[in-house]
Write a protein that binds this ligand. Structure first.
Ligand code: FDP
Length: 404
């Protein structure tokens, strides 16, 4: 497998040769995450060898082993001597669900799964067939996995409890099964988001609301799947953010973006500017700044990019460097996005990648939630820009009490 130079550079391996074959235990390095063997190279003798590794190496290329998502999850689990394997097993169920949803998304135009079901969800939004499919699948697979004592989903008003044998499950999961669903029928990227907490109620009993209403800082893991030009899963357990690309020929997510770090340069702002007239003064002034207008105007304007699928907007900004805004408006001061299964997981990921997230006054991860479906304004991206937005809000908006 040929690895792009940029990827090698990100891995701190540019110019270095890595060992192939013979599998020493994977190393964990705080700065670099779970990565690859940075050991002296072992050049394979002969050319035109029988394995692809040999072929590539004979061309003098640097090579790397393929690391599947399940392997990395298992390796992560082994770092904790007391780990029972339950978390790894739960993650594997999420991976399986993502693969099945991916299959359905890919053939969405061919089968009768686009369009609306005719129903309305707890948010008052019309439910699309794929939304419902993704929700049912996640809930069905996780419910009977035995690792989860209860679940919450954007599509369900109440908590979802499993059969009694799942009361021993250590975790609760929150889901946005299909984010950006207004884009589904137009073939635009969409995603799934998950957030995992360790329960606080005693094992052996049903999951409770308290198990869910924990600040984002308590998350054990969070991640998303983006169904785009390729399908990727990105997740963190608080030890670096890793991205895996789905290889449909082998049916596996393969590590393609190890230890993702948000670029320092923030060249993109993402916001639905259609709401301009409903924004507060502070938000308008900040967005003008991004365009190079008014107070504190940037000498070089940022580019505007807004897909309208949060997962897709977030993913692009994570890789390229940017800031995503979904502010509160005059008529909806709480904004649109949901704290527990949209803002929190993304904030947890971004903080682990070196960025920050705020509701305009406090860090998203510090918000003490009061309801499963509560909404929050969201500003998420480079730390510097998030602080800048907080300053604009403090200076121009706080009197209007539109945040929080
Ligand atoms: P959608 O309603 O299509 O599911 O969370 C909901 C969300 O999409 C986000 O993915 C997206 O960023 C946002 O809403 C788009 O909302 P606007 O159309 O108001 O910009």
């Amino acid at each position: 497998m040929r690895l792009p130079w940029r990827l090698l550079k990100r891995m701190g391996m540019s110019g270095e040769k890595v060992r192939i074959g013979g599998v020493p235990p994977i190393a964990f390095q705080p700065e670099q995450g779970y990565l690859f063997r940075k050991q002296p190279s072992r050049r394979l003798r002969g050319t035109g060898g029988s394995s692809f590794l040999e072929d590539i190496h004979s061309e003098g290329e640097v090579v790397q082993e393929l690391i599947s998502i399940n392997r990395l999850i298992t390796m992560e689990g082994r770092r904790y001597p007391k780990a029972t394997g339950e978390f790894s097993a739960l993650m594997s169920e999420i991976v399986l669900t993502a693969k099945i949803i991916n299959r359905e998304v890919n053939k969405a135009g061919l089968i009768d799964i686009t369009g609306f079901t005719g129903g309305v969800n707890v948010q008052g939004e019309e439910v699309r067939k794929l939304d419902e499919y993704a929700n049912d699948l996640f809930l069905h697979i996780l419910k009977y996995s035995g690792h989860v004592c209860a679940m919450a989903s954007e599509e369900a008003e109440d908590l979802i409890q499993g059969p009694t044998y799942t009361n021993s499950g250590k975790y609760v999961v929150l889901l946005d099964p299909l984010d950006g669903s207004s884009n589904i029928d137009a073939n635009v990227s969409i995603g799934s988001i998950f957030a995992i907490y360790r329960r606080v109620s005693p094992e052996g009993e049903s999951g409770t609301l308290e198990d869910f209403l924990q600040p984002g800082r308590n998350l054990v893991a969070a991640g998303y799947v983006i169904y785009g030009s390729s399908t990727m899963m990105v997740y963190t357990t608080g030890q670096g953010v890793h991205g895996f690309t789905f290889d449909s020929s082998v049916g596996t997510f393969v590590l393609s973006h190890p230890n993702i770090k948000l670029p320092d340069k923030c060249g993109i702002y993402s916001v639905n500017e259609g709401y301009w007239t409903r924004w507060t003064d502070g938000i308008r002034r900040y967005v003008e700044r991004c365009k190079g207008i008014g107070e504190g105007a940037l000498p070089k304007p940022m580019s505007a990019r807004y897909i309208g699928s949060m997962v897709a907007d977030f993913h692009r900004n994570l890789l390229y460097g940017g800031i995503f805004l979904y502010p509160g408006t005059i008529d909806k001061p709480g904004g649109k996005l949901r704290l527990m299964y949209e803002a929190n997981p993304m904030a947890f990921i971004l903080e682990n990648a070196g960025g920050a997230a705020s509701n305009g006054t406090i860090d998203i991860l510090d918000i003490a939630p009061t309801e499963i479906h509560q909404r929050t304004p969201l500003f998420i991206g480079s730390k510097r820009e998030v602080e800048m937005i907080e300053d604009y809000i403090k200076k121009y908006d706080l009197k209007e009490e539109l945040v929080g």
